[in-house]
Design a protein around this ligand. Structure first.
Ligand code: ADP
Length: 249
């Protein structure tokens, strides 16, 4: 379960990226996070895996108070959260399989990880996740020889290989041809349903949020202004979200 209470983030330059966010998300939910560029969506996701530290309030994930973690405990926690970036963040000179194996690093003693001494089981799992994202046969292809859509699928397989409690995807379709949006969101949705893992995805395009998510969180200027089932997000409400005319929740 995710629980944010009075969560606020002010960046050192004074930008108030999040203001008094209060929200609870149950295990296994698939939630779309929407709002204009700069609304605070990415900052919100980043507080959930400790990439951004709140300046006020608290955030708990799976009973762990993320804002209290640092050093080794933060690194350990982060291994339980898959993060999918706009720009994939893969090691492009390595193969698809090697990148997915990186998702297993959290399960290895550090010295084995440094030497790349994965177990047979790790290899099996990594190949299985590549298969799950439709990339069977591409295991030994270097990532820089894959298309953008295929690279993002490798990144999703790497997140799966972490066997995470939570997957956060920060506009995972943003650097791809719009026609690939359905492939990426479809994979995340199938993963959520098949494995019961909570997925939060920042989606710029409202139509896509409506098609894939059961629940929508909407941000405007750092405030949470809508939180409800997708079917209650009418066109009128959506227009108000984007116009900034809704009160903070
Ligand atoms: P979104 O994901 O909705 O586009 P962000 O969470 O990226 O929004 O940004 C929210 C606000 O915080 C924006 O005004 C953005 O410019 C600002 N911001 C984001 N990251 C930083 C940072 N590291 N330092 C200063 N300001 C930032």
């Amino acid at each position: 379960m995710i629980e944010a209470k009075g969560l606020g983030v002010v960046f050192p330059n004074g930008t108030e990226a999040l203001r008094d966010i209060n929200v609870t998300i149950d295990d296994g939910e698939f939630v779309a996070v929407i709002g204009l560029s700069g609304a605070g969506k990415s900052t919100f996701l980043r507080t959930l895996n400790g990439l951004v530290r709140p300046t006020s309030g608290t955030v708990r994930v799976g009973g762990v108070e993320v804002n209290r973690l640092s050093g080794r405990s933060l690194a350990q926690f982060r291994r339980t959260v898959g993060f999918i970036f706009q720009q994939f963040n893969l090691v492009t000179r390595l193969t698809a399989l090697d990148n997915v194996l990186h998702g297993r690093l959290g399960y290895l003693p550090t010295w084995r990880g440094i030497l790349g001494l994965y177990s047979e089981r790790d290899y099996e799992l990594a190949a299985g996740y590549l298969d799950e994202v439709g990339l069977a046969g591409k295991e030994h292809v270097r990532v820089d020889n894959l298309s953008g859509g295929q690279q993002q699928r490798v990144a999703i397989a790497r997140a799966m290989a972490q066997q995470p409690q939570l997957v956060l995807a920060d506009e995972p379709m943003a650097s791809l041809d719009p026609r690939l949006s359905d492939v990426i969101l479809g994979l995340l949705k199938n993963y959520n349903e098949a494995h019961g893992v909570t997925v939060l995805v920042n989606i710029h395009v409202l139509e896509l949020a409506r098609r894939y998510a059961r629940r929508v969180l909407a941000f405007n200027q750092g405030r949470l202004v809508f939180d409800g089932p997708t079917e209650t997000l009418t066109d009128d409400l959506a227009a108000q979200i984007y116009a900034g005319s809704l009160e903070a929740l």
